[in-house]
Design a protein around this ligand. Structure first.
Ligand code: SF4
Length: 406
């Protein structure tokens, strides 16, 4: 592994080995306390902030209004306040998000945007709206089917409508030039995350899975330009670190923000070398076409920036809440192949119906490819239990004993 190299995105290497160490420390600090990062960003910029909860919400929509986007990460804290408002079988991740608002942790948010993602988050939206947990709250009626031209047209129209409502509620009009600039800035940061993932997968850069997750959390809680600058430093000067003889596996699931849980998974002798997460590899491939739009030429198929935005988000590998399912399975298998992982660890969040329904299909597709897969169910809380460690160690030993070469 060499330091000081140019990144694949063409950014020249600047700084020194210490800048890579500093960048990693910054990402760890942001993941440990993303709200402190939000407070600092608001203080520094004087801008309003709008929160969102799933990676289908285009942060560019928020930035087009001159407002800071902030993905509310799952904290993993124990809190039962949400129990008064939503049914007990809502998933713990969605309850965690609601608990944060009910505790008053999210007072820095001037607004919140939900999408039609899953039933649990729809329940959270209903409570958020009725309890007025932020001054402004809105809902993007996202299509469930993602692979049609009419879905793109529908979503673009919906994004325009939400934008108009946001402009009125926050007294912050959007403009298309700012939308294109936002898309370009977000494209840059997503491309750098993709580069980080590719270099980890090829063993060119050994960053633990826990640290990689910290980068993912920081990617949607820091301002894009600041994040890009820090990640450029990390890529140019990656701190030393080797996974040793840990077994490389792909982590598959929905949103996964729990860095300490990832660290305990890796303490069982696994190395999270790649991912199939909603906030990871199913997100960082989003690329909004901006070059021809900025020149006023249109992209041929989508000549309007809102349609370009809708197209980019709808053509990502779909989450289990969307249809069809096969592109996700293809994507997961490609993550295994390109990282030469020994298997897949599927993390099922308790009460997550869509993931529960998708797991047997993914398991069968992986089995047909001869890829070992293991499912653990949990609440995304704390650092996991001793029982989890034991089961993961058994999974590792089973693969090691089988001696299968992929
Ligand atoms: S884990 Fe599943 S149920 Fe919970 S918020 Fe995510 S998609 Fe929805």
């Amino acid at each position: 592994m060499s330091g000081g190299s140019n990144s694949a995105s063409g950014s020249p290497a600047t700084g020194s080995p210490a800048s890579g160490v500093r960048a990693l420390a910054r990402f760890r600090a942001v993941a440990a306390d993303p709200l402190a990062e939000l407070a600092a960003a608001k203080e520094r910029t004087g801008l309003m902030a709008v929160g969102y909860f799933d990676s289908y919400l285009p942060e560019e929509l928020i930035m087009a209004h001159g407002v800071l986007p902030y993905r509310v990460a799952v904290t993993g804290r124990e809190d039962l306040r949400s129990g008064e408002f939503i049914q007990g079988f809502a998933c713990p991740a969605s309850r965690d998000l609601l608990d944060q608002a009910l505790r008053g942790d999210l007072v820095l948010l001037d607004g919140a945007l939900f999408t039609r993602y899953c039933d649990s988050l729809r329940g959270v939206f209903a409570v958020w709206d009725s309890e007025k947990l932020t001054p402004y709250v809105d809902f993007v009626r996202y299509p469930t089917v993602t692979n049609t031209v009419s879905a793109v047209k529908y979503l673009a129209a919906e994004l325009r409508e939400v934008s108009a409502r946001m402009a009125k509620a926050l007294d912050a009009p959007a403009d298309e030039r700012r939308l294109l600039e936002a898309a370009a800035a977000c494209n840059r940061k997503r491309a750098l995350v993709a580069e980080l993932a590719a270099r980890r997968a090829s063993r060119d850069l050994a960053l633990s899975g826990a640290d990689y997750l910290a980068v993912l959390v920081a990617a949607t809680t820091m301002t894009p330009d600041e994040f890009t600058s820090e990640l450029s430093a990390l890529l140019a000067w990656p701190p030393p670190g080797e996974p040793g003889d840990a077994l490389p596996v792909v982590l598959s699931g929905t949103t996964f923000d729990n860095v300490s849980l990832a660290a305990s998974i890796e303490a069982a002798g696994l190395y999270l070398i790649a991912d199939d997460l909603a906030t990871g590899s199913r997100w960082y491939g989003v690329n909004v076409e901006t070059a021809t739009l900025a020149a006023g030429e249109g992209s041929g198929m989508y000549a309007d920036p809102w349609e370009a935005l809708a197209h980019a988000y709808l053509t990502r590998p779909p989450c289990s809440v969307k249809e069809p399912s096969s592109p996700r399975a293809d994507h997961l298998i490609s993550q295994v192949r390109r990282s030469r992982a020994a298997g897949v660890l599927f993390y099922l969040t308790k009460f997550c119906d869509s993931e529960q329904a998708e797991w047997p299909y993914l398991r069968d597709r992986l089995a047909a490819e001869g890829i070992p897969a293991f499912m653990v169910e949990g609440e995304q809380k704390g650092a996991g239990s001793g029982g989890l460690q034991t089961r993961l160690e058994a999974f590792r030993e089973q693969i090691e004993m089988s001696g299968d070469e992929l």
